[in-house]
Design a protein around this ligand. Structure first.
Ligand code: FSX
Ligand code: SF4
Ligand code: F3S
Length: 362
């Protein structure tokens, strides 16, 4: 197999300085959720590791995940695609199309068999022999199975690839599901969200690219550095929740004052994602900051939990959230205590289920 260039060589070849390369490594270290003392390891890997070949497939979806990805700010998506990975095939981002494009996919599979990373967005549609999602003239499910056979590892980007997403919402006429059952026994990492945060997408692929293994994952195969907290745990409106101060309408005085959106249906207490701390568009905002409750877009089958304006049925043993706050100091204290205890139990459960990153044969 021919030797591919390293990340450093890719930078230098394009006339960029070593300083730019180091700045790129700093951005990557931060986005992979690593501490700064790992920077030297990232630099070393970027100097010596050949750029990983990536094949990126799109199934049954809206392409929102790639739309999110191309807005990655640190690192820039353009840097990632041009300097940090060797993106050989992408249904959405590649300029090529038609038979030469499909032939290139085949060549890439043969040339890098067992070595490439397969990134997948979108669900698999299986009803009526898969005709509801065709790519390259074939049912997507066939393409996926074919490409997955030669992959070193598979990344499921977005809630559709992870659990079927909106296509799999009841009554699911296209027989859609996540990709997990169609990739054999390949190492799989799930990156849910509709779509996932751009920098989470870049952070995951670069971790595999540079270190040759999946980042540590939780019991649902999600990278724990990005899905280790609930939205509720990092929400800046949380003090209002704890104080029992809730908006009842999108335009009432509480909403205008930034109070908690729980009564408007917020799924933050049951949703694991990084929106509260990383936010979107280079840290600009996230749904709750924009006045919309979290709809739990990184949860399995979250569309079936609509309507999203309906509040979560129960929250802890107290049941009725109205008993918390609103002058009921005792209930508030009890609520916070129970809430804290539940968080500890959940955290313990998750820690028990977690494991370390799986090696991939890159
Ligand atoms: Fe699904 Fe992604 Fe939602 Fe859309 O690629 S996760 S419908 S944002 O596009 O798959
Ligand atoms: Fe934030 Fe929603 Fe939790 Fe309220 S319920 S604190 S808005 S995550
Ligand atoms: Fe999705 Fe909730 Fe974040 S809706 S984008 S997980 S705040």
């Amino acid at each position: 197999m021919e030797k591919r260039e390293t990340m450093l060589e890719a930078y230098l070849k394009k006339g960029m300085s070593r300083r730019s390369f180091l700045k790129g490594c700093v951005a990557l270290t931060s986005i992979m959720g690593l501490s700064t003392d790992m920077l030297s390891k990232v630099v070393e890997a970027a100097e010596t590791t050949q750029l990983p070949v990536v094949i990126w497939l799109h199934g049954h979806e809206c392409t929102g995940c790639d739309e999110s990805f191309i807005r990655s700010g640190a690192p820039l998506a353009s840097d990632l695609v041009l300097n940090n990975i060797a993106l050989e095939y992408d249904h959405l981002l590649s300029a090529a199309c038609g038979e030469p494009f499909e032939a290139h996919l085949e060549e890439t599979i043969q040339k890098y068999y067992g070595k490439y990373i397969l990134a997948v967005e979108g669900a698999v549609a299986t009803s009526d022999n898969g005709i509801y999602c065709m790519t390259g003239g074939k049912p997507f499910v066939d393409t996926l199975q074919h490409v997955a056979k030669g992959a070193a590892a598979v990344i499921a980007y977005g809630s559709c690839a992870v659990s079927g997403g909106i296509q799999a919402a009841k009554p699911n006429p296209t027989g859609s599901s996540g990709i997990g059952h169609y990739i054999g026994n390949k190492p799989l990492i799930n990156v849910p969200g509709c779509p996932p945060i751009a920098e989470v997408m870049t952070g995951v692929v670069m971790h595999i690219a540079l270190f040759g293994k999946l980042p540590p994952v939780d019991s649902e195969n999600r990278p724990k550095q990005f899905y280790g907290n609930r939205i509720h745990d990092t929400c800046y409106r949380r003090p209002f929740f704890d104080a029992g101060m809730f908006a009842d309408r999108y335009d009432d005085a509480g909403a205008k004052a930034g109070w908690c959106l729980y009564r408007l249906g917020c799924r933050g207490p049951e949703t694991y994602n990084s929106c509260g701390n990383m936010r979107w568009y280079q840290g600009m905002s996230y749904p709750i900051q924009s006045g919309s409750p979290c709809i739990g877009c990184s949860n399995t089958n979250f569309w079936d939990n609509a309507p999203f304006s309906e509040r979560l049925p129960k929250y802890g043993p107290l049941g009725d959230i109205d008993k918390i706050g609103a002058g009921l100091a005792i209930a508030t204290t009890a609520g916070v205590a129970v809430h804290g205890a539940l968080s500890v139990v959940q955290k313990k459960k998750r820690q028990d289920e977690e494991n370390d990153g799986e090696q991939v044969n890159k």
